[in-house]
Design a protein around this ligand. Structure first.
Ligand code: F6P
Length: 395
């Protein structure tokens, strides 16, 4: 059956697209079809977040200021819609369309995650005609969103690690790599999970670096649903909250990652035969750092951006090999952290400097404040390239 597809974001009405697979992307969650009296009751009830729906804009107005390099920087206004924000963040209409469409997919995935039924380790969404594991459903929704954007040339996901032609142009278009549902092994325990994606210009996802990305983002499905994004060349990493009316509202801008004793130690089994990693963990414990680790890279890295401090490590050893993927996870999160004023490292260099040779390349990684990344590099390899870099150089 052919279906006519419309992207629901305000201001983005995409042309109708014929597709066999479209219904999952666009069906609004059932709460949109509530009866009018019920909607009226919702409106008059403060329990349902009226204060958020009418949240006043902060006093922060959009301002233009000269930075040290003499170029003009636009500062965004907290409280803006995603669309308003993107108009200030980038003049590229195609990139704005792509990020709005991905926002639509994230909104739908949030609903599917929230309503999935879990048995054993599998979480299945049984609404509608099909029954799909929620990570496979997320994968499908994201490919659909990219196709409907009409600006994506190639897309590729951790679930389908081969370039898929999305029909968009090479010139002026983008290629996108994504991890549809990172942490799908903790979705049954109701921990926070998320989507990660990176956007590269043109048609290449290999032979490029993380530094070539034009934007990166995560969708975070926790007690709240948020869309956290960074646009290259626009300062800060920006958090948008999904309101109960379905819109994204700008709620936080991060431009600095400060020093603070919070650690998130991944792949801890590597301490068995990596004595330097073991030494680093001992240091955190001896210095009474606060442990904050869920085993989901999205919430574990997002907390550094939200709390504006801390360190995330995922270190390898001869028996505990690298499992994090450079293209789908590490590079996009690298752009989010570095745009927020933090630093990333594979032990020697920023993860944004690493060339992606194969779609499936894997690496060890750390994200955090400047001094934490210096400590990470020095403890592991005896030296750090960051010793003479002033704080804020990455912001
Ligand atoms: O992508 C794999 C992943 O689930 C990440 O989200 C997470 O940071 C990591 O694995 C956890 O690994 P470990 O359990 O080895 O710390």
């Amino acid at each position: 059956m052919e279906t006519s597809v419309t992207c629901y974001s305000r201001g983005i009405i995409l042309p109708s697209v014929s597709s066999q697979r479209s219904s999952t992307l666009v069906s609004p969650p059932p709460f949109f079809s509530a009866s009018s009296s019920f909607k009226q009751r919702l409106k008059s009830s403060s329990i349902f977040g009226d204060s958020l729906r009418v949240a006043p804009r902060s006093q922060l107005k959009a301002t233009k200021a000269k930075n040290n390099g003499g170029s003009t920087v636009t500062k965004c206004e907290i409280g803006q819609s995603l669309e308003e924000f993107l108009r200030e963040a980038t003049p590229d209409k195609g990139l704005r369309t792509l990020l709005m469409c991905m926002g639509e997919a994230l909104r739908t995935i949030a609903f599917k995650v929230r309503t999935a039924s879990c048995g054993g380790t599998a979480c299945v969404n049984s609404f509608g005609d099909e029954q799909l594991a929620v990570d496979m459903l997320a994968d499908k929704l994201l490919f659909e969103a990219l196709q409907y954007s009409h600006v994506c040339k190639y897309a590729c996901s951790e679930e389908v690690p081969e370039l898929q032609d999305m029909g968009g142009p090479v010139e002026g278009g983008f290629s996108v790599a994504f991890d549809p549902l990172d942490g799908s092994s903790i979705v049954d325990t109701n921990f926070t999970v998320g989507t990660i994606f990176g956007v590269w210009p043109g048609d290449k996802l290999t032979g490029v670096t993380g530094g070539d990305q034009v934007a990166a983002a995560m969708g975070i499905y926790g007690p709240r649903t948020t869309y956290v994004l960074a646009v290259k060349g626009f300062p800060g990493t920006h958090e948008f909250l999904l309101l109960d009316e379905g819109k994204w509202q700008h709620v936080k801008e991060t431009t600095e990652i400060n020093e603070g004793k919070m650690f998130s130690p991944g792949n801890l089994r590597a301490t068995f035969d990596n004595s330097e990693y073991s030494k680093l963990i001992d240091y955190y414990v001896k210095e009474k750092y606060t442990l904050r680790y869920t085993g989901g890279m999205v919430p574990d890295v997002n907390q550094i951006i939200v709390k504006e401090k801390g360190i995330f490590t995922n270190v390898t050893s001869p028996t505990a090999k690298a499992k994090l993927r450079l293209l789908f996870e590490v590079a996009p999160l690298g752009l989010l952290i570095e745009n927020a004023g933090g630093f990333s490292s594979d032990g020697y260099n920023s993860v944004l400097d690493k060339t992606i040779v194969n779609l499936d390349d894997r690496t060890q990684v750390a994200y955090g404040s400047k001094n934490e990344i210096i400590r990470f590099e020095e403890t592991l390899y005896g030296t750090s390239r960051l010793k003479n870099v002033p704080i804020g150089a990455n912001a």
